[in-house]
Design a protein around this ligand. Structure first.
Ligand code: BDP
Length: 608
C-alpha cells in the first residue's frame, strides 16, 4: 500500500527537499514519449521553472500562459550511499492534472488527478551515492472524465485550449512541494484515529498499518511534552483522563508518536499532531464535542498573483490572519483538496473545514453559474463514460483524500461534489455509490455533503437526501434578479426556503455560496451592481433570509478573495466576489462581516 503520511523527519526518517528551479518544456505535439525525453529533455527547448508553482502566470505571451497539452519537468537529486537498504520514496504533493514519472529513465509512477499526493518507491532504480535524474510528463487537459471536468478545444492549427466547466482558471504544473522521503524497510504505512468522549475523558480508537509484524507502540504527549497515555498493538484504544479537547477557534493538539519496535530496537518512528474532538449531526445541529456550532466563513481558492495555484505559505498565513480578524470559524476547500500545510494550519488555529474533492464541473456548461439560475437543465450523468471512467476517477480521488486527511481535527465534513447536475435519474445511482464509499472509508464517519447549484431546488433535485448537511449555493440578487429587482429576488429566495422548510428534513442547512461581484473601490449612490454599496445591500438581504430560518446553521460567503478565472464576458480579470481583494486587502463589506460574525454566538440558533 502506498503511504499517504505527510513527510516528516524523525529518528528513522529523512527528507530531501526538491523544490527550486527545474527544467521545463512544452510538448504540444506529444512527441516527448517517442523521443526518449524520459532520459532527459532537449536542452534547446527547455527553460527554468520554479517548483512549486503554476507555470501559467510567469509567461508574458498568451500561447504559453494558456498552454494546454503535455509538458515536462526535469531535475536531479543526490541520494547518499548511506541510505542504501532504506526505502527511497519520491513524493509529489500534487501534479496537475496528471503525471507520468521517470527516474533514471525508468517509469516509476503514473497518477490521475491534480490535487492529491502520490509517491513512487524508487529503490530499484536509484543510483546510490550519486545524482538521479527525475523527469515528469504532465498533462493539463480537461474532459468529462477529469476532476475537475471540462473540455479541450483544438484549433485548426492543432493548438489546444482548456474549456473548463467550472469558474476558476485551469492553473497547472507541479504546484506543491516535491520531496524524497527516506523510510526504513520495515515502516509505518498509515494510522487512523477516531475519538469519543466519556465525561471529561476521551477515548481514541486507533489503527496502525505497517508492512511488518514488528511491535507497534503508540505514545501520546500533551503540548507541554508530557507523556499522557500509551498503548501497544496495531489496533487499540487510548484513554486520556481529563482530556484537553480541540475546540472551535481554540485548538489543542496532542502529539501522537507511533513507534515500530524490534524488541528494544527502534525500527520506525512517526509523529503527528492530533486534535481530539467529536463531530456529529443531530437534528438540525452540527455538534463539535457535543456543542452546537454555527459556521461562519468562506468558500476559498488556492489562488494568488504570479504563483497561481502554486503553494505559497506566506499567502496561506495571511489568509488565516484575515479569517481570524473577521471572526470566521470555518471554510470549504472549494473546489479541490488544498495543500496539506493548509489543513495543518486549520488544525492549529481551530478552524472547521468542509473538505471538498475536485468533483466540480459536473454540469456541462462553461457558465453553469449563470445557466443554473435560469433553470437550464443539462444531463451529465447519463453519459456512459461518466458512469464508468469519471466515477472510477472520482472514487480513486476520494480514497486518496480520505487517506490523506482523515486524522485532521479540522475536517468536520466531506464535500463530495460542487454544483453537480442533480435533476436527472442517472445522477441518483452515481451519488449513492460516492456517498456510500465516503462513509465506508472514513474511520470517523463524518457528515457528507455536496454544494447544490441554483436549479437543485426542493422540487427538482433528486439527490439532496444523500447529504447529511444540506449545502446550498444561492445567488438570489446576483445571477437571479440583481440590481433594482432585488426585492423580487428576496421573495423568490424566501419562497424556496419555505419549500425546504415544508419538507421537514430535520437536517442542518448551510449556505456554501452566496455573493456578488464587486470591483474594489467602485462606489455608487444609489448602488449599482458591481459597486461596494451593492455588495453590502445584497449581503444584508441574504442575512435577513438566513436569520429567519432556524434550520440554517451556517454561512460561507463566496468568496474569501477575488480570484482568477477563464477570461470572458462575465468576468473582469477574474471573479470579483471576494470579501478581500486578490492581494488580500478588505473591501468595505469585510467590516460588515466582522461586525456580524463577532456578534453571533457560537451556538447561534441551536436546538440542543
Ligand atoms: C458557483 C460555483 C463557483 C463560482 C460561483 C460564481 O460553485 O465556482 O465561482 O458560482 O459564479 O457556480 O461566482
Amino acid at each position: 500500500m502506498e503511504s499517504m503520511l505527510y513527510p516528516r523527519t524523525s529518528r528513522t526518517r529523512r527528507i530531501v527537499d526538491m523544490n527550486g528551479l527545474w527544467k521545463f518544456c512544452f510538448d504540444p505535439k506529444s512527441e516527448g514519449m517517442n523521443n526518449d525525453w524520459k532520459n532527459g529533455l532537449d536542452p534547446k527547448r527547455t527553460i527554468e521553472m520554479p517548483v512549486p508553482a503554476s507555470f501559467n502566470d510567469f509567461f508574458t505571451d498568451k500561447e504559453s500562459r494558456e498552454y494546454t497539452g503535455d509538458f515536462w519537468y526535469e531535475t536531479s537529486v543526490f541520494v547518499p550511499g548511506e541510505w542504501e537498504g532504506k526505502n527511497i520514496n519520491l513524493r509529489f504533493d500534487c501534479a496537475t492534472h496528471r503525471a507520468i514519472v521517470f527516474v533514471n529513465g525508468e517509469k516509476v509512477a503514473t497518477h490521475e488527478g491534480g490535487f492529491l499526493p502520490f509517491t513512487a518507491r524508487i529503490n530499484d532504480v536509484v543510483n546510490w551515492n550519486g545524482y538521479n535524474q527525475v523527469v515528469v510528463c504532465l498533462n493539463n487537459e480537461l474532459s468529462h472524465t477529469s476532476l475537475p471536468a471540462g473540455s479541450t478545444k483544438v484549433f485548426s492549427d492543432g493548438t489546444k485550449m482548456s474549456k473548463p466547466f467550472f469558474d476558476f482558471y485551469n492553473y497547472a504544473g507541479l504546484q506543491r512541494p516535491v520531496r524524497l522521503v527516506v523510510t526504513p524497510k520495515d515502516e509505518i504505512v498509515d494510522f487512523a484515529v477516531n475519538h469519543s468522549l466519556e465525561g471529561a475523558n476521551s477515548i481514541t480508537e486507533y489503527e496502525v498499518s505497517t508492512d511488518s509484524d514488528k511491535k507497534v507502540l503508540v505514545q501520546v504527549y500533551d503540548e507541554d511534552k508530557n507523556l499522557v497515555a500509551e498503548a501497544s498493538g496495531k489496533k487499540g484504544e487510548i484513554k486520556i483522563s481529563d482530556a484537553h479537547l480541540w475546540e472551535v477557534r481554540n485548538a489543542y493538539l496532542y502529539t501522537f508518536r507511533i513507534l515500530l519496535m524490534d524488541q528494544e530496537t527502534l525500527v520506525d518512528e512517526y509523529e503527528e499532531e492530533i486534535g481530539i474532538r467529536t463531530v456529529e449531526v443531530k437534528g438540525t445541529d452540527i455538534l463539535i464535542n457535543n456543542k452546537p456550532v454555527y459556521l461562519k466563513g468562506f468558500g476559498k481558492h488556492e489562488d494568488s498573483e504570479i504563483n497561481g495555484r502554486g503553494f505559497n505559505l506566506a499567502v496561506v498565513k495571511r489568509d488565516f490572519e484575515l479569517m481570524k480578524w473577521i471572526g470566521a470559524n470555518s471554510f470549504r476547500t472549494s473546489h479541490y483538496p488544498y495543500a496539506e500545510e493548509i489543513m495543518q494550519m486549520a488544525d492549529r488555529e481551530g478552524f472547521l473545514v468542509i473538505d471538498e474533492i475536485a468533483a466540480v464541473g459536473f454540469f456541462e456548461s462553461l457558465m453553469n453559474f449563470m445557466e443554473a439560475s435560469t433553470g437550464k437543465k443539462t444531463e451529465f450523468f447519463s453519459r456512459d463514460i461518466v458512469q464508468t471512467e469519471t466515477k472510477a476517477n472520482h472514487k480513486a480521488a476520494l480514497k486518496e483524500l480520505i487517506a490523506r486527511d482523515k486524522n485532521h481535527a479540522c475536517v468536520i465534513a466531506w464535500s463530495l461534489m460542487n454544483e453537480p447536475e442533480t435533476t436527472s435519474d442517472s445522477a441518483v445511482p452515481y451519488f449513492k455509490e460516492i456517498f456510500e464509499l465516503a462513509r465506508e472509508l472514513d474511520p470517523q464517519k463524518r457528515p457528507r455533503t455536496f454544494a447544490m447549484v441554483m436549479n437543485s431546488t426542493p422540487d427538482a433535485c433528486k439527490c439532496y437526501s444523500f447529504s447529511d448537511i444540506i449545502s446550498l449555493n444561492r445567488y438570489y440578487g446576483w445571477y437571479n434578479r440583481g440590481g433594482y429587482e432585488m426585492k423580487e429576488a428576496k421573495e423568490l429566495f424566501i419562497k424556496e426556503m419555505d419549500q425546504w422548510k415544508e419538507l421537514h428534513l430535520n437536517k442542518p442547512f448551510i449556505f456554501t455560496e452566496f455573493g456578488a461581484d464587486t470591483m474594489a473601490g467602485v462606489h455608487k449612490l444609489p448602488s449599482v451592481m458591481w459597486s461596494e454599496e451593492y455588495q453590502e445591500e445584497y449581503l444584508n438581504m441574504q442575512f435577513e433570509v438566513f436569520d429567519s430560518y432556524d434550520f440554517v446553521k451556517g454561512e460561507q460567503v463566496w468568496n474569501f478573495a477575488d480570484f482568477q478565472t477563464t477570461e470572458g464576458i462575465m468576468r473582469v480579470n477574474g471573479n470579483k466576489k471576494g470579501i478581500f481583494t486578490r492581494n488580500r486587502q478588505p473591501k468595505a463589506v469585510a467590516y460588515v462581516f466582522k461586525k456580524r460574525w463577532e456578534s453571533l454566538p457560537q451556538n447561534y440558533k441551536s436546538i440542543s
